[in-house]
Design a protein around this ligand. Structure first.
Ligand code: ADE
Length: 225
């Protein structure tokens, strides 16, 4: 998989890809992540990427031309399955969207800033608009990092234990059950006895019940789906 991220703040985006699972995925060649500074696609001396709104109104709007140049240059080199725009008014990211995107070959992610991009960018280039939640960030970069993390960890081979992504919260629309590790008892706080029984079917049943109860208590909306 290849991810091309278009941003005005590449330095803000790089560090999440330089540690832990994302770093290993890149080093193992399971994913390529490239950053493109939108200012490299400007045509004036000030490297302007935004301007005031037609019709008046507060806030700057990202101009169509630099974005067109950048996306067109990328598309001249290879085909892309999706051109994603990070925006608070997009569809809210969830595990199902992450699963779908992890199966794609090449994707472009455009990070918005200020009031957002000229609508013509959305009309002519964007295939999918994604929000990471109902709040407004200063820009799309942190959202893009969240999206990339959610996608990349699902690419086969990225997680050491192939099954571990399958038991994450939200796969099957359930939250994950409680988990424990050593010591068996700490300050009198005990681990449920069943987990030491060696009875794998009973343990699996307990985990499923716990996942269901936790989901019912915290996220009943997931059970409605
Ligand atoms: N840009 C600004 N706010 C955002 C959000 N909630 N999700 C994705 N991109 C954004």
């Amino acid at each position: 998989m290849r991810i091309d991220i278009i941003t005005v703040l590449p330095e803000l985006l790089k560090s999440p890809f330089e540690a832990s699972i994302l770093k290993r995925a890149i080093e193992a060649g399971l994913v390529e992540v490239h950053f493109h500074n939108l200012r490299d696609y400007t045509s004036d001396n000030y490297k302007s990427i935004d301007d005031t709104q037609f019709g008046g109104g507060a806030g700057m709007v990202m101009m169509v031309e630099p974005i067109d140049k950048c996306i067109t240059a990328l598309k001249a080199k290879r085909n892309y399955d999706e051109v994603i725009y990070m925006t608070p008014d997009g569809e809210t990211l969830n595990q199902s969207i992450a699963n779908q995107l992890s199966l794609k070959g090449n994707i472009i992610i455009l990070c918005g800033h200020y009031k957002g991009v000229d609508q013509r960018v959305r009309d002519h280039f964007i295939t999918r608009e994604i929000s990471i939640g109902d709040y407004v960030l200063s820009g799309g970069e942190l959202g893009a990092a969240v999206l990339c993390d959610a996608i990349i960890r699902l690419i086969p081979g990225v997680l050491g234990n192939e099954t571990s992504a399958l038991t994450d919260s939200f796969q099957d629309n359930l939250l994950a059950p409680p988990i424990y590790t050593k010591p068996r008892e700490y300050k009198g706080w005990k681990v449920p006895e069943l987990l030491f029984s060696g009875n794998l079917p009973e343990i699996e049943k307990w985990r499923e019940e716990q996942a269901y109860l936790r989901t019912k208590e915290r996220r009943p909306d997931l059970l409605d789906d």
